[in-house]
Design a protein around this ligand. Structure first.
Ligand code: ADP
Ligand code: MG
Length: 449
């Protein structure tokens, strides 16, 4: 029997496996693994988290055991040990003066109001919140990367700040950065333009915890996406915590690069759904109490049962009432509240709007004349707003494509359908364009009031 050392045995076995599974899989799965000991025919491996041990067992265990036998000349068993010990990365007990260690590092502001305490738990967000809290206690260990997804206004940003705030509290020296993917893209572009790409990389790669909000804005931003992918890998390889949020699940992130999507999927994915009635009531009560604003139960119930799909809109109602009450100095009755909130609630629903309003708002936005929208000029500067207006008429009115064509200077319904398809494609491919369309929609609704 040869005497052989754990590290040597592991390295040579990994190199042989590399020939079979390729560089990428090797870097992904085996590079983050260290060999600890070889005792009594058992090789103990240290893995960063359970995803690795599970993933390696599922994919490569059989083959590894056979290669190890080959290398060592005798039967070798595998044992995995998850390294949860973060002390190397984030020394928590080390008393540190608050300002000094971070002062050379421009870190993002975290909203101090967005904490776990101020986040109301309900069925719709229980898992997402519990995972977030457990991450904040021991970042970089179990749930990495962590993906939170859900519709707008349901608390994704709140949870990300809560993680950041809590990590800073538990690990005062940890370098935590919260940023949006839009900001990431802009920073990257600026760095490229100013030849500061190395500094950009160094900054991101020195983090202990990176929180990237609204990752859907990276979609179709090729170079920034690549850069994020590399940042992601660098952080992940050094077992730093990554949290991303998105308005859709990783599966729906196409055309985000496959490699990035699959990496997001290995981690932990939790969604947030619209809150149920009890949770909506609890959110309103908590918010009112926080602001020392006394709201009668019937008004709370009225708001909670009228605004269903967006916590921000829910809070908006309370803010409006409060402002109104401060102005008049009277305690509001339910009827009065209903009147005050009518407008904002109508905005929340999808009551149809008029084609004329759509044309007017779109024309204004693109600095063209309404009569151009109804005309036949084909230059892009006019045909694009025309198609946008037709598209919005399809989704925001109840008119048929024939009627819409008529409202655009007597065009054929197939022209309308063509415009609709084209804009739908552009929206799907470009989140910035989607933002423009969303903004137009809310402007149109506002103009319709
Ligand atoms: P998203 O990022 O998903 O669009 P935000 O995190 O910005 O949503 O949430 C919108 C608003 O609703 C914020 O003011 C947030 O504090 C509040 N909010 C959302 N969910 C909850 C909750 N469960 N408890 C308390 N406040 C919440
Ligand atoms: Mg958000």
């Amino acid at each position: 029997m040869k005497t052989i050392e754990a590290g040597t045995l592991w390295t040579s076995t990994v190199e042989r496996l590399r020939a079979e599974i390729g560089d990428e899989n090797t870097e992904l799965w085996l590079k983050p693994v260290d060999a600890l000991t070889l005792e009594d025919g058992v090789l103990t491996l240290k893995v960063p988290n359970k995803f690795f041990s599970d993933g390696i067992k599922e994919r490569y265990q059989k083959r590894l055991i056979s290669l190890l036998r080959d290398e060592a000349g005798y039967e070798i068993g595998l044992d995995f040990r998850v390294e949860r010990d973060l002390t190397r990365v984030l020394p928590p007990s080390d008393p540190v003066p608050v300002a000094s260690p971070q002062s050379d590092f421009p870190l993002s502001e975290l909203n101090p109001r967005y904490t776990f305490d101020s986040f109301v738990i309900g069925e719709s967000n229980r898992l997402a919140r519990a995972t977030a809290e457990s991450i904040s206690k021991s970042p970089g260990t179990q749930y990495n990367p962590y993906v939170i997804y859900g519709d707008v206004g349901l608390g994704k940003t709140h949870l990300m700040h809560a993680i950041g705030n809590s990590v800073r509290r538990h690990h005062p020296r940890a370098r935590v950065l919260y940023t949006t993917s839009e900001h990431f893209v802009n920073e990257f572009i600026t760095a490229v333009q100013n030849n500061q790409i190395e500094a950009f990389r160094a900054r991101y790669r020195s983090l202990d915890c990176l929180l990237i909000d609204d990752i859907q804005f990276l979609i179709a931003k090729d170079r920034s996406e690549q850069e994020f992918f590399h940042t992601f890998n660098a952080l992940f390889d050094s077992r730093k915590q990554i949290v991303v949020s998105s308005d859709r699940s990783p599966k729906e992130m196409s055309p985000l690069e496959k490699r990035l999507v699959s990496r997001l999927e290995w981690g932990f994915v939790a969604d947030i759904k619209p809150p149920d009635l009890e949770t909506r009531i609890a959110i309103l009560r908590k918010k009112a109490a926080h602001e020392d604003y006394v709201v009668p139960d019937d008004i709370i119930l009225f708001i909670a049962s009228s605004v269903k799909s967006n916590v921000r809109a829910l809070e908006g109602c309370l803010t409006r009432l409060k402002a109104f009450q401060a102005m008049t100095g009277e305690q509001l009755s339910i009827d009065h509240a209903r009147d005050i909130l009518k407008e904002s609630m109508e905005l929340d629903d999808s009551s149809p709007v008029r084609v004329e309003t759509i044309q007017r708002v779109v024309a204004l936005k693109y600095s063209v004349d309404v009569k151009d929208l109804k005309g036949h000029q084909r230059t892009v500067s006019i045909s694009t707003p025309r198609q946008v207006a037709m598209y919005l008429s399809c989704v925001m009115t109840e008119l048929s494509s024939t009627d819409i064509g008529r409202a655009f200077g007597g065009k054929d319904h197939s022209t309308v359908l063509h415009a609709r398809k084209k804009i739908e494609k552009m929206v799907a491919a470009d989140p910035f364009f989607l933002e423009i369309i969303n903004k137009l929609q809310s402007d149109i609704k506002a103009a319709e009031r």
